[in-house]
Design a protein around this ligand. Structure first.
Ligand code: 13P
Length: 251
């Protein structure tokens, strides 16, 4: 059985002070919740402060990106060892906003993924089709290419520590959620792709989150689907009560 996993992606929001306050509220709001893994992913500048709040609470800490080199002349980048020193356990990789606005490709996601795994960070790898791609009926091709590209050269053993996050780009921040049936169809397809790359056992062990306008009122229906193992939450993760309600919907 896969333990559901709900993570909050705070994106470009919250100063360190605001992040510390929100993290305290999240910790309070989800205290006592068991059988769901929970993480919050603030901006880099708030990681250390949030780490001191979530430490030993059962709420994990994640970053929103990282570079594949450990150190060197790479202005503006942050590495896996640096994230570890800030208390990170998780890192989001290949978010569609990184692909859209910052030139991420399947190849650079793959390099980041390898570096994250070697550093023992737990990666959340994002994939998802655009509106035009869904309209053109190429969703499966797109997410398969992204998945195979990200996982290229990753062993079965390492793959089991990865979470995939299916985030249809057209559903992110738009209020247009994929229906539970639409999301489940893609998740089930992704699990078949994972079984082809590895084997059925490995595929059954990998968690696949859904992301894209998940809110307290639609989370339960999504999370009840067989192949949806929790969510990657944007906007609603900035309100502790909403985020906690979504976490509870995954139990
Ligand atoms: P929203 O929940 O705001 O649609 O964002 C989803 C997302 O991009 C999480 O990574």
């Amino acid at each position: 059985m896969r333990t559901p996993f709900v993570a909050g992606n705070w994106k470009l929001n919250k100063t360190p002070d605001e992040a510390e306050t929100l993290a305290r509220c999240v910790v309070d709001a989800v205290s006592g919740v068991t059988d769901v893994d929970v993480a919050i992913c603030p901006p880099f500048t708030a990681l250390e402060r949030v780490s001191s709040v979530v430490c030993c609470t059962g709420v994990g800490l994640g970053a929103q990106n990282m570079y594949w080199e450990a150190e060197g002349a790479f202005t503006g980048e942050v590495s896996a060892p640096m994230l570890l020193t800030c208390g990170c356990e998780y890192v989001i990789l290949g978010h569609s906003e990184r692909r859209q606005f910052f030139g991420e490709t399947d190849d650079t996601v793959n390099r980041r993924l390898k570096a994250a795994l070697s550093a023992d960070l737990k990666p959340i790898v994002c994939i998802g089709e655009s509106f035009d791609e869904r309209q053109a009926n190429v969703t499966e091709q797109v997410v398969e290419t992204q998945t195979r590209g990200a996982l290229d050269g990753i062993s079965a053993e390492d793959a089991q520590g990865i979470t995939l996050a299916y985030e249809p780009v057209w559903a992110i921040g738009t209020g247009l959620t994929a229906t539970p049936e639409q999301a489940e169809a893609v998740h089930a397809f992704l699990r078949r792709v994972l079984a082809q790359i590895y084997d059925e056992d490995v595929a059954q062990g990998i968690r696949i989150q859904y992301g894209g306008s998940v809110k307290p009122d639609n989370a339960a229906e999504l999370f009840q689907q067989d192949n949806i193992d929790g969510g990657l939450i944007g906007g609603a993760s900035l309100e502790a009560d909403d985020f906690a309600a979504i976490v509870k919907a995954a139990i």
